[in-house]
Design a protein around this ligand. Structure first.
Ligand code: 3HC
Length: 482
């Protein structure tokens, strides 16, 4: 099918971004909004996004005018009669979507393909509401749509043969990479991403670490483009809340219950970037305490010699009777601390990559020692991430269950390791997909980290996936890829 003219219904952040993507690829677009006010907001999104590209020298003024000239804006769905494809990007409420698809089915010519950009609602339910279920698919873009390269193309049991391939071809024409997936809540990306973001909100709720420290750990430590709270604010907390709710309904996995801070912010109307405030721009993180006056340090545990050398080179005095003792390696840190004469001096240290030091204070750590540990790590050029003495600290606690979920998804036959990796790299800008990360970190280390998480929380989903266990037992370092 030649897709020359497409309709986009709903011109919020995602819909406007999708309309821009089509227009940039030379297609004519009819953008539909409910009323004049919403239409004006949609026009604003389009003008700002393309205006930014002109400011950055990525588009000329003339190219921008051409792109915007290909987009016709209207408040009447009836204008979609002749389009070849409609992409729906209205709020995530199934009844609204079903009612819209019934309307589109009535209005559009019989050949028109109807696509939903739903984040997690069942595409099958939307398809079944129309008289053309074979021509209904999911076409799931990622925020910001003009930038992120992935489109998940969702086929259902009733999708016509060849339809997913046609839409995948169209996605390629748009400069995107399609990944074909089945109709399960969250598809690939949201099923892996959102539980991780929700987990970060739980860590905040439980006081394991502060918002900015968690964000810094995942960006500077793991190399993700955004920390979980910055990303939640970008996605929109209402969307995140809805996706978590849908995931929970399907899985009944406790981890998928939306974390309380999400509900609280959504109820308060603080939805993230689109409403100007969410996790960020909220109450300021408390000011940092006074600089520590401690100058003596002792370093214990695996890899301690190197850290001690760096601290000595930065002017700190190494001493067996130091006022702060940094313990690398095994945790619980408290088990090491209670063996000291002055257990209040001990802080656990976990180095993440070359830039981040997670610092775990125990129930006995004194505020002076905690402050000193922070200053010491800063003095040698590391970003401190302060957290409590919990399994996985921050990074491993967030990363390992995500990797485990990816292994389970692969083991269930839902997607290949290559597709899962590509989806996370292209949909979320991750430097590597979960299987690539697993192979870099080492499957045994991830398996052992999961065992530690499971032992502490008794959370069934933290138990290593059987396939991961088997991989380690077999002495393999990588998952089989056909
Ligand atoms: N609209 C259009 N273009 C945008 C944009 C926007 N909202 N935000 C950024 N850009 C463009 C910039 O113009 C720039 O383009 P250029 O390289 O051609 O000059 C490019 O993106 C990079 O932007 P910046 O240099 O300003 O900013 P960053 O380097 O910080 O990158 C980012 C911004 C691309 C958003 C990056 O931080 C990123 O990849 N973040 C992760 C986003 C993510 O995970 N998205 C998926 C969320 S899940 C989802 O959407 C599914 C849903 O169902 C919930």
């Amino acid at each position: 099918m030649a897709f020359d003219m497409v309709g986009v219904v709903g011109l919020g952040t995602m819909g406007a971004g999708i309309a821009e993507v089509f227009a940039r690829a030379g297609l004519r677009v009819i953008g539909v909004e409910a009323d004049a006010e919403a239409l004006a907001r949609g026009r604003g999104h389009l003008e700002r996004s393309t205006g930014r590209a002109v400011d950055k020298g990525k588009l000329t003024g003339g190219e921008r005018d051409e792109i915007l000239g290909r987009i016709m804006l209207t408040t009447s769905r009836e204008d979609l009669r002749e389009v070849d494809l409609v992409v729906e990007a209205i709020p995530e409420i199934l009844e609204y979507k079903i009612s819209l698809f019934r309307d589109l089915d009535r209005i559009c010519k019989p050949e028109t393909v109807l696509a939903t950009n739903t984040s997690s609602l069942p595409v099958t339910a939307v398809a079944a509401a129309t008289g053309r279920p074979g021509q209904v698919v999911g076409m799931h873009f990622f925020n910001p749509a003009p930038v992120m390269k992935l489109v998940e193309v969702v086929g259902t049991v009733v999708t016509a043969e060849g339809m997913v391939q046609e839409i995948s071809g169209l996605a390629r024409r748009l400069g995107k990479t399609p990944v074909a997936v089945g109709d399960r809540a969250g598809f690939v990306v949201n099923r892996l991403l959102l539980p991780y973001l929700n987990h970060a909100a739980w860590l905040l709720e439980q006081g394991v670490a502060r918002r900015d420290d968690i964000d810094a750990a995942m960006t500077l430590g793991v190399g993700l483009p955004m920390g979980p709270f910055t990303l939640l604010d970008l996605i929109g907390l209402d969307t995140a809340y809805e996706v978590m709710g849908t995931l929970f309904d399907e899985t009944r996995d406790r981890r998928h219950a939306p974390a309380p801070p999400l509900r609280e912010l959504v109820t308060a109307g603080l939805l993230g970037r689109k409403s100007g405030r969410g996790f960020h721009d909220g109450p300021a993180t408390p000011a940092e305490p006074e600089k520590s006056k401690i100058t003596t340090v002792r370093v214990l545990g695996e890899g301690g010699a190197d850290l001690a050398d760096r601290l000595a080179a930065a002017g700190f005095q190494l001493s067996d009777d130091a006022d702060v003792v940094l313990q690398l390696g095994d945790r619980p840190v408290i088990e090491h601390a209670v063996r000291l004469e002055r257990p209040e001096t001990m802080v656990g240290v976990h180095l993440v990559g070359s830039r981040v030091a997670e610092l775990a204070a125990t129930v006995l750590t004194s505020p002076e020692a905690a402050n000193a540990a922070r200053d010491l790590t800063k003095a040698i050029g590391l970003t401190p991430v302060e957290c409590r003495d919990r399994a996985g600290f921050v990074v491993d606690a967030l990363l390992y269950p995500y990797l485990n979920d990816a292994v389970r998804m692969y083991a269930a036959g839902y997607a290949s390791a290559d597709d899962i990796d590509a989806a996370m790299r292209l949909g979320c800008g991750y430097p590597a997909g979960p299987f690539e990360m697993l192979e870099t970190i080492g499957p045994a280390r991830v398996r052992d980290g999961l065992r530690a998480l499971y032992a502490e929380y008794r959370e069934p989903a933290y138990a290593p996936a059987p396939l991961l266990d088997q991989l380690v037992t077999a002495g393999l370092r990588a998952f089989p890829r056909p």
